[in-house]
Design a protein around this ligand. Sequence first.
Ligand code: SF4
Length: 377
Amino acid sequence: MIRTNKARALYIHLPFCLKKCNYCAFTSFPGATGEEVFSYLNLLAEELKQREHLLKKPKTIYVGGGTPTYLLPQALEKLGEILASFITEELLEFTFEANPGIINKEKIRVLKEMGVNRISLGAQSFNDAVLRKMGRAHTAIQLIEAYNLLREEGFNNINLDLITGYPGDSRKSFLASLMTAINLKPEHLSLYDLKVEENTRLYEEVLAGKVILPVEDEVAQSWEEAIILLEQNGYERYEIANFAKNQNYSRHNLTYWENQPYLGLGLSAHSKVGFLRFWNPDNLKDYQYMLKTGKFFDFEKLTLEEDAKEEIILKLRLKAGLNLKEFREKYHWDFLEQYGEKVQNFVNLGLMALEGERLFLTRKGSFVANTLLIEFI
Ligand code: SF4
C-alpha cells in the first residue's frame, strides 16, 4: 500500500474573537490585544519550522478559528510572511474564515496580497433575533454588507456557514435564513447541526431549563426542506452537510473526508500524516511547552485496520461514497466480505445503494448517517 508521508493540506488555527458566542466550544480568546496576537504568531512560526518536514508544497491552506479576521492588517501581513514560502504555484485553494462586522477593505486587500482565494463567512443565521440568541457579534445587515464587500473586492469563491436547530430558530425562520443565503448566490454553503457542548453558555442555559432545544422531528424536517431548496437552486450536496454550486467544493475539507494527510498548526489543531495522528493542546502554556521540547503534545499511531475504518466512515459521508475496488487495493480488505450482510440490509431498507464498485448513502440513509455508520466501526 502506498502512503504519502507528507501533507499537502495545511490548517492554521487563530484563536481570537471579538466575543464568545453562546454555543461555542472552540479554542478562542475574546478581545485579545495586538501584542498577544503577535506573540501567538511567533509561536505559530516556530511550530511551522518544527513541522515543516511533514509538509510538501501545500495544495490547500485553511486559516480557521476563532475569527481569523480579528487580526489587524499588520498582523495579517505578518501571517502572510510566515506562510509566504508555502504559497506556490501548486497552491490551489487558500481559504480564510471571516466574520461580518470585523472585515474591512484594508484587511481584504492584505488577504488578497497573501494569495487568499476563498472566504468562509460565518453567517449562522440571517435572523437578528436568532443571532442575538446565539450571542453573535454581528447583525444580518452587517452580514450582507460583509458579503457584498467581499464580492466587490473580487472574491469569487465564498462559503456561508449556517447553523441548524438553534433554540428559538423555528423551521420557518431557518428556511427563511437559508433562502436569504441562497439569494446571495455563494459558491458553497455548509449547514451545521447545533451541538450543545459543555462549558458553553448555551449548555448552562439548557441545563437550567432557561433554553428549550427544538424537537428532533422539527430539525429533521428543516433539513429535508433545506436539501430540496438547495438542490432546486443548483447546489450539489457533495457531502452530508456541504453544498456546492458548479463543483466549487471545499478542496481543503475534501482532504479530511478523503482520508488524506493534513497538517494542523496552532492551539488545538489536529494533524494526520501517514498513520500518525497528533494534536496540540488547547492552552497557551502547554503549547509553549510543546514547542520548547520540540515534541508532539500527544499522538497515536493508527493500525491499518483503524485507518481503514476511518476511511469507510469519512468516505460514506461523501456523495461519491466509498469505492470498494480502491478500498480493496489500499487496504487488502474486501469490504463486502465482512459487511456484505449489513450492506444488503441497508440497501433493502433504502438507506444505502451500491452502483458497480460505488457504495453510498441514499438521501434517506443520510438522515440517519450517524447511527448507520457506527455499524461499520
Ligand atoms: S466567532 Fe466562532 S470561534 Fe469565535 S466565539 Fe463565535 S463561534 Fe466561537
